[in-house]
Design a protein around this ligand. Structure first.
Ligand code: NDP
Ligand code: OXD
Length: 325
């Protein structure tokens, strides 16, 4: 970046000032002192801006930057950008970094273990000072089905394999992963669900996946041949809230079709106070932080992408807009 001033904009996230500070701090390591850093809404002369680091920008805001060359998403998911009908026709690079991936693998590993070991029941017992044994299956007796076998799904599978879970995976196109029996596309979804005791979803939100986690899907989860110590199927969703139908999840929990759930993402975020999900004894709620990356890692990634673009190198992790992820 040396010798030529480049104007960049950080836009959309509540963490924008934090990201901007990290970009400023990291910038010297990327070969240049000439950086004109702006934070929305103080965009200054919009014609100057060539690069944007964005999370959920106000619709139409990016369109107001006539010389924009690249958008870098603060997240791995890009639904927050693609939903803008006026999104400029420039490359969108999504965030892919070991810091983010490692955190997601931790989250999925933690919540699969939590439900397999019936921890929601033990915590409820603890609140009543109740000392009571519950039969628990061993990891090797439980089948975990991972929806989405991309960066997040593959890293989660690796962690789960170390515990000995029987792994199943589902993706749009056929994937091959060590120790995972894989299924592809709509035609193989039911077969995948029938072999799943704990469903861990790390799908992106696209027109095809919107609302996929509904009652119909839950009812197709394994109900036969399941180990007797696993009281029922479990749903873990760390993809996006738009994937799930919350009224269906609650109805399935109440009907005993679903034993428990861990939800990190919601139809409306923050989850409204009146949602019964907050109070369900076998639902674990986290505030969309399954993988909350550091501003330092995000800034480094943004600067790396800018540098590659300026050097004419090919960009990595560019979103395919027709696929929607
Ligand atoms: P990738 O693009 O690497 O992987 C996406 C996976 O989903 C691929 O395996 C893809 O199939 C599959 N997929 C997409 N559409 C369909 C479909 N219609 N049917 C079946 N499978 C489908 O994304 P990442 O793994 O990096 O991230 C996944 C998502 O996780 C993000 O989009 C984001 O929403 C969420 N996320 C949430 C975080 C949180 O804190 N809660 C943090 C980070 C990510 P194929 O392999 O065939 O392309
Ligand atoms: C992401 C997220 O998509 O944090 O990276 O949700």
């Amino acid at each position: 970046m040396k010798g030529r001033e480049v104007a960049v904009l950080v836009i959309g996230s509540k963490r924008a000032p934090e990201f901007a500070a990290a970009v400023r701090e990291q910038h010297p390591q990327f070969g240049g002192g000439d950086l004109d850093l702006r934070v929305w809404p103080d965009a200054g002369r919009v014609e100057d801006i060539r690069y944007a680091l964005a999370w959920g920008p106000p619709p139409g805001a990016l369109k107001s930057l006539p010389n924009l060359e690249l958008i870098v998403s603060v997240g791995a998911g890009v639904d927050h950008l693609l939903k803008d009908p006026d999104l400029p026709n420039v490359p969108v690079a999504r965030y892919v970094d070991p810091d983010l991936t490692g955190r997601m693998a931790e989250y999925i590993g933690l919540h699969v273990l939590l439900h397999q070991r019936r921890m929601t029941e033990f915590l409820e017992q603890q609140s009543k000072q109740e000392w009571k044994y519950q039969p628990e299956p061993a990891a090797h007796e439980v089948r975990v089905g991972i929806m989405g076998l991309g960066v997040m799904g593959a890293a989660s599978a690796k962690v789960l394999a170390a515990f000995g879970y029987k792994l199943r995976g589902w993706s749009r196109t056929r994937r091959s992963l060590p120790a995972v029996t894989t299924f592809a596309g709509g035609a193989e979804l039911d077969a995948f669900l029938q072999e799943t005791d704990i469903l861990a979803c790390v799908l992106p939100l696209t027109p095809e996946t919107s609302g996929i986690l509904d009652r119909d899907l839950i009812r197709k989860l394994s109900r036969s041949g399941r180990h007797e110590r696993m009281p029922g199927p479990v749903l873990i969703n760390a993809g996006r809230g738009g994937l799930q139908v919350e009224s269906d999840i609650l109805a399935a929990l109440d009907a005993g079709e679903l034993y428990a759930a861990s939800l990190d993402v919601f139809e409306t975020e923050p989850l409204p106070h009146e949602s019964p999900l907050w109070r369900h004894p076998r639902v674990v709620i986290t505030p969309h932080n399954a993988a909350e990356s550091t501003s330092r890692s995000i800034a480094r990634y943004f600067l790396r992408q800018i540098r590659a673009h300026q050097l004419g190198e090919s960009l990595t992790n560019v979103v395919d807009r027709t696929r929607g992820y």
